[in-house]
Write a new protein. Structure first.
Length: 175
């Protein structure tokens, strides 16, 4: 019998996210100087920071290479940021080898074809509501939120709640 996505969430210790279409809505604003600007959801950032504070590993693997994105993610405490990645499977394997991470403990959120093959290597492939049909087909959970509008918060919060950690770090601050 295949496990439900909620059951799989019990074993998650590592979150891996794509950027464009997951942490952003996939829209790129081009400034007059040619700089490409993206919007990120503050609640996604808060959830990633909460995950790190609770001992989860958070990693970013993206084909895009915007340095503003790197700065934003570093400010959240994310240290494993792979931008400009042509082969996400190769980067995933290198990352998991470096930290001896079992793919059975990984949640990967992607939204489009470049995420397809790497998502097949993890225990819990998930996607935003507006992901491509091919990605939705292989996802074990489809967020009710679209890319850039809280889908990352959705999955992190669910994992932490299943594991009894969502309010734990907040309560520790006020006890």
């Amino acid at each position: 019998m295949q496990k439900s996505y909620k059951e799989l969430m019990n074993n998650i210790t590592t979150f891996i996210f794509d950027v464009d279409g997951v942490l952003t809505d996939g829209t790129i604003h081009v400034s007059p100087t040619g700089e490409m600007l993206r919007n990120m959801n503050i609640r996604d950032g808060y959830a990633m920071k909460a995950a790190i504070e609770n001992g989860y590993t958070v990693c970013i693997i993206s084909g895009g290479s915007n340095e503003g994105v790197r700065i934003r993610l570093r400010n959240l405490g994310i240290t494993d940021i792979y931008l400009g990645v042509p082969d996400k499977v190769e980067t995933f394997k290198e990352f998991t080898d470096i930290y001896s991470i079992n793919p059975d403990t990984v949640l990967y959120m992607g939204d489009d074809i470049p995420d397809y093959y790497v998502m097949q290597l993890v225990a819990l492939p998930v996607c935003p509501q507006d992901a491509s049909p091919e990605i939705k087909e292989i996802s074990k959970y489809i967020s009710h939120k679209t890319g850039g509008t809280g889908c990352v918060r959705d999955v992190i919060e669910q994992v932490m709640k299943v594991q009894g950690k969502w309010m734990e770090h907040f309560n520790a601050r006020y006890d």
